[in-house]
Design a binder for this molecule. Structure first.
Ligand code: FAD
Ligand code: EPU
Length: 348
């Protein structure tokens, strides 16, 4: 039966809403109430509804970093706000971007405007509002570098707040927003982007890909194209097979543990961190534990990239979560390292 939609002007309410098309793992789940918001100024009115106030609240963008291991007995707030405001002094371009804008469209728009910086972050799925939550990163760049401030509705203080760069407390796949889940509804992100910037070409594969393309003096759009090639080759496309990108974070261990692991497993892939610790390749650990391509029914580990959990068709969220737990246990038993999921897991 089709869920009933009520248009409230600025937002739409849907009771007992299906979420299968709202998460890229393509897991069937339902929300008690779903509110799709197109006008951020209506947030206070919406959050004051008795059915919403009783909680819990889950803010959702494109669902490309969420696993619904069960239904959500609360309100899902789907961000569909649009708009970009531009201030340009010829050197730095300041952009205030609504949370519901698609990240990849935004990156392509900046490149089309001759604005540099975001080229390494092309093709990451999701919305602009979700970008600061885990401080999205790829190919040697993290979005935090370009974020001036984040505008959000603070559900504790019941007001709009502007959190500057320092207040956001960004880290590797981490931020204030991850540490205080459910508190902030990000309504807009303010970026400061340079007109010109030195290109980041050091991440493994970028220079080789540019050479393959026959480019010896790369511009930002060449780097973007190289990264599109690399990502398309490495990662399964969620439009073809359900997935949420990397399912686990690359674990960071202290230098002594890193060295001991390296001695025991000389082929281990690891990188030093800025603070002298050691980041291990979770994909390598999972592959070395013999799990790449492993499958339990329709829940599987991609045969293209060991860090990606895939839904081969009809896997339930619970089955995917059971597989994730099996991966965590197996890597811990083999290497003594505990993997942490990257996506938000609901109802585990
Ligand atoms: P959702 O999945 O809907 O939500 C993710 C989290 O953010 C949830 O906790 C949610 O509550 C919260 N959230 C979302 N919007 C808001 C808001 N407006 N206010 C407050 N909280 C909010 N990530 C990377 O960092 N690097 C990559 O290279 C990368 N590659 C990927 C490749 C693939 C194929 C896929 C499927 C995912 C990949 N990801 C990557 C993960 C994902 O794209 C990002 O985490 C993205 O930012 C999620 O955006 P979303 O709109 O889908 O957020
Ligand atoms: N590797 C394996 N087996 C595999 C795949 C990779 O051993 O099946 C090893 C290879 O040695 C490879 C290394 O792992 O060189 C690193 O692989 P990759 O470059 O694909 O990066 P990653 O560490 O697996 C991280 C991010 C990705 C991001 C890429 C590129 C995390 C958790 N993941 O993956 O982000 O796109 O780097 O920068 O940090 C995401 O967060 O969803 C995501 C896709």
């Amino acid at each position: 039966m089709a869920a009933e939609r009520i248009d409230m002007g600025g937002y739409t309410l849907i009771e007992n809403a299906p979420l299968g098309r709202r998460n890229t793992l393509r897991v069937a789940a339902r929300a008690r109430l779903l509110a799709e918001i197109r006008d951020a100024s209506k947030l206070p009115e919406l959050l004051d509804f008795p059915a919403v106030k009783q909680g819990p609240l889950l803010v959702l963008g494109e669902g490309s970093n969420v696993l619904f291991a069960g239904d959500f007995d609360g309100t899902v707030l789907a961000m569909a706000t649009q708009g970009v405001q531009v201030e340009d002094d010829g050197r730095i371009v300041r952009l205030a971007v609504a949370a519901g804008e698609r990240w990849d469209d935004f990156v392509r728009w900046t490149l089309g405007q001759g604005i540099a910086g975001l080229e390494n972050l092309i093709l990451i799925p999701g919305t602009v509002g979700a970008a600061p939550i885990q401080n999205i990163g790829a190919y040697g760049t993290e979005v935090a570098e370009f974020i001036d401030s984040v505008e959000a509705w603070d559900t504790h203080a019941h007001q709009v707040v502007t959190l500057d760069h320092a207040a956001c407390a960004f880290g590797y796949r981490d931020s204030l927003f991850k540490r205080e889940p459910g508190r902030y509804v990000v309504t807009a992100v303010r970026f400061a982007l340079p007109r010109t910037r030195e290109l980041r070409l050091d991440y493994a594969g970028i220079r080789e890909e540019l050479a393959r393309m026959g480019v010896d003096k790369p511009a930002p759009f060449h780097v973007a194209e190289a990264i599109i090639h690399l990502r398309t080759r490495k990662l399964p496309d969620p439009a073809v097979i359900g997935n949420a990108g990397s399912f686990f974070k690359n674990p960071i261990v202290d230098a002594t543990t890193g060295e001991a692991l390296k001695r025991e497993h000389p082929e281990l892939v690891a990188w030093p961190t800025a603070d002298g610790r050691c980041k291990l390749s979770a994909a390598w650990l999972i592959e070395a534990a013999g799990l790449k391509g492993y499958r339990e029914g329709d829940a599987g580990i991609s045969s293209r990239h060991a860090l990606v959990l895939v839904n081969h068709g009809q896997a339930t969220g619970r089955e995917l979560w059971a597989l994730a737990c099996q991966v965590i246990a197996s890597v811990e038993a083999t290497f003594g390292v505990k993997l942490e999921p990257e996506p938000l897991v609901i109802g585990a």
